[in-house]
Design a protein around this ligand. Structure first.
Ligand SMILES: [Zn+2]
Length: 103
């Protein structure tokens, strides 16, 4: 590729560094640390005989686990495809059209 291209909508010509979209897609945050803290407090409470307290701390631990699992799956399977599309995506500064360059 020569580094020059034209917008498919308005025909405006540009160069790759000036027209590439600004921010890459963000990864999702995981809550593994929170899950560990709540899980440990839950286990400690159960060990000390506070079963109701243990149950109360186990619920956010399970919620943090579920959220973290979903975030990890997104970051490993979906985010790389979005990042690749972002790398090949451009925004025309003349008309605002967002488009992909074909390799
Ligand atoms: Zn354009």
């Amino acid at each position: 590729m020569s580094g020059k291209f034209a917008c498919p909508k308005c025909g405006s010509e540009g160069t790759a560094p000036l027209a590439q979209s600004v921010a890459p897609p963000p990864k999702k945050n995981t809550l593994w640390g929170l899950m560990i803290v709540f899980g440990l407090v839950s286990l400690f409470s159960l060990h000390e005989g506070y079963s109701i307290l243990s149950l109360l701390f186990s619920m956010p631990a399970i919620g943090a686990f579920t959220k973290s699992q979903e975030a990890s799956d997104y970051n490993e399977k979906i985010w790389p495809r979005k990042y690749k599309a972002w790398e090949n995506g451009y925004l025309c500064h003349r008309c605002g059209h967002h488009f992909q360059l074909k390799d």
